[in-house]
Design a protein around this ligand. Structure first.
Ligand code: F6P
Length: 364
């Protein structure tokens, strides 16, 4: 049954995906576009490679054929970039940046957009907020495997990456057991520990290290020695890429950056463990595998529902917001809420207690 076209405040909108890609982006694009076009008859301008495409007017009209058959596809049909229009190459606001922002505003109007829909993480939604402050209508959607966006209970991409991380930990168990080794696995997550914490619990990690709880290598050594005395012949240590020691946490930002520059976190911690315990230790850095491939069923559902809710908001002219998961429903928050913030794991989060309750060491 075809729906009758409903009234809509938005006639034409632009859509872009920015920041690192993740599973579920295409499902979200499809959700927004199908509902916006099918239900409200809106016209859609697809913008290539994030904000860069709007600066360079690298755009194309999206027709139903363009967003058909993409639900299960990984990556993004629009392409992505880490272009931050308000920043220069050194990450500072500057005149160069002013030119890029001016180009975005000019092209937004030249394309006759009523709104710009941005699918992205903290940076993308922060830029969206700043563009809204410049007078553009903007709507954000929360995507990232890091799950670190303020204002939403969950981001799409997280569930898929969690499944990949968990499978990797499962696979490490058998080889760790065969060789009586300590296996360190580093998962992504930027400055937040959500992915490592959840995958660590799902995969039964013996030690989980996240940036929110600076670790003490002595405590890790004691835990591993205790496991050994109890007859456990191997251990799995799940490490967030942003995990840091108590000593690193005390360093100023510049010194810490220098100290961490040479080795990925997982390799560094594996070395520290070997030095501390004398136990044979190996490291695996899972990297971009976590961001690739098809979205999980949960991410498809979340991305689709966030996308269709965004289309309804476009129709109502409800701009300046980020669509969000709130409990079991879809809601929206003002774009100023996620702007400039990183949602880390609260130190009293119930999952930390869950981990401790099953005997997992959190590095302290
Ligand atoms: O934000 C997603 C993420 O995958 C982080 O987990 C990671 O720190 C970062 O992106 C990697 O970024 P890039 O794709 O620029 O190397």
């Amino acid at each position: 049954m075809t729906e009758t076209t409903r009234d809509s405040v938005t006639r034409t909108f632009g859509i872009l995906t920015a920041g690192g890609d993740c599973p579920g982006l295409n499902a979200a694009i499809r959700g927004v576009c199908r509902a916006a076009h099918g239900r409200y008859g809106m016209s859609i301008v697809g913008i290539s490679d994030g904000y860069r495409g709007l600066i360079e007017q690298n755009v194309r009209v999206l027709r139903p054929v363009d967003f058909a058959g993409i639900l299960t596809r990984g990556g993004t049909i629009l392409g992505a970039s880490r272009e931050k229009p308000f920043k220069d190459s050194a990450g500072r606001d500057s005149e160069v940046a002013e030119d890029k922002v001016a180009a975005i505003i000019k092209n937004y109007h030249a394309l006759h957009l009523d709104c710009l829909v941005v699918l992205g993480g903290n940076g993308t939604n922060t830029t969206g907020y700043r563009l809204a402050c410049e007078g553009l209508n903007v709507l954000g959607l929360p995507k990232t495997i890091d799950n670190d966006i303020e204002g939403t209970d969950r981001t799409f991409g997280f569930n898929s990456a969690l499944a990949i991380g968990t499978e990797a930990i499962d696979r490490l168990h058998s080889t760790a057991q065969s060789h009586n080794r300590v296996m360190v696995i580093e998962l992504m997550g930027h400055k937040a520990g959500w992915l490592a914490l959840y995958a660590g619990i799902a995969g039964g990690g013996d030690i989980i290290l996240i940036p929110e709880i600076p670790y003490d290598i002595k405590a890790i050594g004691r835990d591993l020695a205790g496991r050994s005395r109890a007859g456990k012949t191997f251990s799995i240590v799940v490490v967030a890429e942003g995990a840091l020691s108590i000593e690193e946490a005390k360093m100023d930002r510049k010194d810490r950056k220098k100290y961490r520059a040479d080795f990925p976190t997982g390799y560094r911690i594996a070395k520290e463990i070997e030095r501390e315990t004398g136990m044979e230790t190996r490291a695996t850095v899972l990297g971009y595998v976590q961001r690739g491939g098809v979205p999980s069923a949960t991410d498809r559902v979340l991305a689709t529902s966030l996308g269709t809710a965004a289309a309804d908001m476009l129709a109502r002219g409800e701009y300046g917001k980020m669509v969000a998961l709130a409990g079991n429903g879809i809601g929206a928050v003002d774009l100023s809420l996620p702007a400039g913030k990183v949602k880390t794991v609260p130190i009293d989060h119930f999952m930390l207690d869950t981990a401790k309750a099953v005997g997992t060491c959190l590095g302290v």
